[in-house]
Design a protein around this ligand. Structure first.
Ligand SMILES: [Zn+2]
Length: 254
């Protein structure tokens, strides 16, 4: 870890010397820029690829009312999705998580109490991750391999801790943040997704939004439309297997 920190410091020093002074990281708490983590494969925002695959992700559930309705719609369009679940809700609604599993969907870790990760100690962060791993294991028989921090907040410690727990940190395509949690209206959610859809997108939605059916109503439009454009909906883990690696661009002459 110390070695990583030294390497990171060196990388910052090097990149700082290459950048114009105007380009300065304004939020040191957020840490280094996206490209740094993306190139190392520490954090995934989307997965560039040739094929027409898209990953729908639903955070903050399970919810006894909204999640089953979303599951029904996904099944209708043969869509697989990823649910980033909150541990204490897994404990409350284990049968919903088992429905997700039975439908062939992926279950990811989204912390236990959904706290803001900004000022948590490493001990608390560790507990938040571990308790949800346990809750999902107890419920489904297997441990998640994906982690999404609440609010998408990360720093060096959270990135390291995610790796130490054999998890991969998954965020979302910046052009696919539907903000459905703020109930912006069905049309806005639909427009955001349909206007921006491209191969390898990770779409951010929520299957637990207080007093809202907007996500469900939006899916009724989004799923058939993207399907008619030739997209297939897959879990995040499957999406990752389609990543175009630099090897694809190297021509070898035998
Ligand atoms: Zn969340």
């Amino acid at each position: 870890m110390l070695k990583n920190k030294l390497g990171a410091a060196l990388a910052i020093a090097l990149s700082a010397s290459l950048l114009t002074p105007a380009v300065e990281a304004s939020s040191p708490a957020q840490g280094k820029e996206r490209s740094y983590y993306e190139e190392r494969g520490d954090i995934v925002w989307e997965v560039p690829m040739q094929e027409k695959y898209i990953a729908l992700t639903f955070d903050d559930g399970p919810d006894e009312h909204q999640t089953p309705k979303i599951l029904e719609l996904l099944e209708k369009y043969q869509a697989k999705a990823t649910f980033f679940v909150v541990g204490d809700r897994v404990k409350r609604f284990p049968e919903i998580v088992r429905l997700e599993q039975a439908g062939g969907h992926e279950i990811g870790n989204h912390s236990y109490h959904h706290p803001s990760f900004h000022r948590l100690t490493v001990k608390t962060l560790t507990e938040e991750m571990a308790m949800t791993q346990e809750a999902v294991l107890e419920t489904t028989g297997s441990k998640p391999v994906l982690f999404r921090p609440p609010g998408g907040y990360y720093n060096e410690a959270i990135v390291e801790l995610t790796k130490d727990n054999d998890l991969k940190m998954i965020l979302w395509s910046w052009h696919q943040d539907t903000k459905d949690w703020a109930t912006p209206g069905v049309y806005k959610i639909v427009r955001k997704v349909l206007n921006n859809a491209r191969n390898g997108d990770i779409i951010l939605m929520h299957d637990y939004v207080h007093n809202s059916t907007q996500t469900i109503e939006a899916l009724k439009v989004i799923l058939p439309e993207l399907q008619s454009r030739g997209y297939r909906f897959v879990t995040v883990s499957e999406l990752l297997t389609h990543k175009v690696t630099p090897d694809h661009h190297i021509k070898v002459n035998h």
